[in-house]
Design a protein around this ligand. Structure first.
Ligand code: ATP
Ligand code: MG
Length: 404
């Protein structure tokens, strides 16, 4: 650990805020109150060969501990705090255990969970999500996807109280503002819909019933091969779309299911750095526009100044509405280069993560085995969807909840 540097703390310690009387009332209604339903982590990838060639081993990070560090660029030193920081020597397993494993358990209990990877192009989003390769990956380098499916099927093989589950999966990408089915390329403009029972969903997406991890891996490799990629100066296999991996876990005796969505976002990019032209340039503009829409939604949700959150400005924000609005456990992995060469992009990613952490909402908690929870859940769902559609969240300044 390095010496203590006295710098302004950019992220306030959320745990320290007092709970308002309104929150206390919510608590009495059997709701589990959390200051934030979004877990935000940062991962720095190792320096790449270009960064090493220009700057040797130099990085912009001064680490304090596993939650905080200072990031330096030529103008400023900024201190950041997150739920967890994975430095360049972190293992795939560490990321999985902190970020995804608790959500798998939630999903098996019938709740919804989402994990998003966000960051500059070439920052390690796909590496974290898929590992080095979805099919040919040693145990050590497996990404979140392989580990999530291993754990889901682990639950299936050793069911608690003989509960039976079925697992279905879909894979779609948002490419140039159209939702494309990666298991059936003829479905190239699917609508995003919302229902009380299913929440936000992609209508008409192919759903494949899967019975073991290797089946899932085969499906994933087909979907990934169908995904739009391009070569830029920053990344030879740059994703040109937002990719959504959707797992639906259905309890055979219940009408409800838990949904786990992993979202590999297309990387934000500075066009002059990536050298994008022609089609790549058009893609870059669309990617940057939808990421800006996501930034705007998060600013609205955390500023407390606006009554209308513009979820419908992009397909991405529409799809993420329930993840941001409180009806899902959500985790964000901010992927960054540690190099001073990419400092401005890394700072922008870190600020995005900081902002997202300020979204606060109420998350429901029900005992997994209590069947009466189904009716409770239905009631809470309608309250939450009413809240979500009316954009009611904790206000940043008052740390209170607006109940319609
Ligand atoms: N933690 C890591 N350890 C080792 N290599 C990594 C790590 N993170 C990223 N890399 C390597 O860096 C390169 C770029 O990573 P990746 O393809 O994951 O970027 P990306 O964020 O998905 O970019 P894009 O937005 O362009 O798709 C890849 O060669 C990848 O193997
Ligand atoms: Mg990628």
């Amino acid at each position: 650990m390095g010496p203590t540097i006295s710098l302004p703390l950019l992220v306030s310690p959320l745990k320290a805020y007092a709970i308002s009387p309104t929150l206390a009332r919510q608590d009495q209604r059997n709701w589990k109150v959390k200051m934030s339903n979004v877990t935000v982590c940062v991962r720095f990838r190792p320096l790449n060969s270009k960064e090493r060639r220009i700057n040797g081993d130099l990085t912009g990070i001064h680490s304090f501990d596993s939650e905080s560090f200072v990031f330096k660029d030529e103008k400023e030193d900024v201190r950041f705090c997150f739920d967890k920081v994975f430095y360049s020597d972190s293992e795939q397993l560490d990321v999985y255990e902190f970020l995804a494993s608790p959500i798998v358990e939630d999903v098996m209990s019938g709740l919804n969970g989402k994990i998003l990877t966000y960051g500059q192009t070439g920052a390690g989003k796909a590496y974290s999500m898929e590992g080095q390769s979805i099919l040919e990956c040693d145990e050590h380098k497996k990404g979140l996807l392989q580990r999530v499916t291993d754990e889901l099927f682990g639950f299936l093989r050793h069911p608690v109280d003989n509960k039976k589950f079925t697992i279905k999966m879909s894979m779609v990408e948002i490419y140039m503002e159209k939702v494309r089915d990666l298991f059936d390329l003829s479905k190239d403009n699917l609508p995003i819909k919302e229902s009380k029972t299913r929440g936000i969903f992609i209508s008409g997406a192919t759903e494949i019933t899967v019975t073991n991890s290797s089946e899932v891996q085969q499906c994933l490799s087909i979907g990934i091969a169908n995904r739009a990629v391009g070569e830029t100066q920053m990344n030879l296999t740059s994703s040109r779309s937002h990719c959504l991996y959707i797992f639906i876990v259905q309890h055979e005796e219940r009408s409800r299911s838990g949904k786990f969505v992993l979202v590999d976002l297309a990387g934000s990019e500075k066009v002059e750095k990536t050298g994008a032209e022609g089609r790549l340039l058009e893609e870059a503009k669309t990617i940057n526009k939808s990421l800006s829409a996501l930034g705007n939604v998060i600013n609205s949700l955390t500023s407390g100044k606006t009554n209308h959150v513009r979820y419908r400005d992009s397909k991405l924000t529409r799809f993420l509405q329930d993840a941001l609005g409180g009806n899902s456990r959500t985790a964000l992995l901010c992927c960054c280069s540690p190099s001073p060469l990419n400092a401005s992009e890394s700072l922008s990613t870190l600020r995005f993560g900081t902002r997202l952490k300020l979204i606060k909402s109420v998350q429901r908690s029900f005992p997994a085995d209590d069947d009466s929870s189904i009716s409770k859940q239905a009631t809470s769902d309608s309250i939450i969807s009413k809240q979500t559609t009316s954009d009611s969240i904790f206000q940043q300044d008052s740390y209170d909840i607006i109940v319609q």
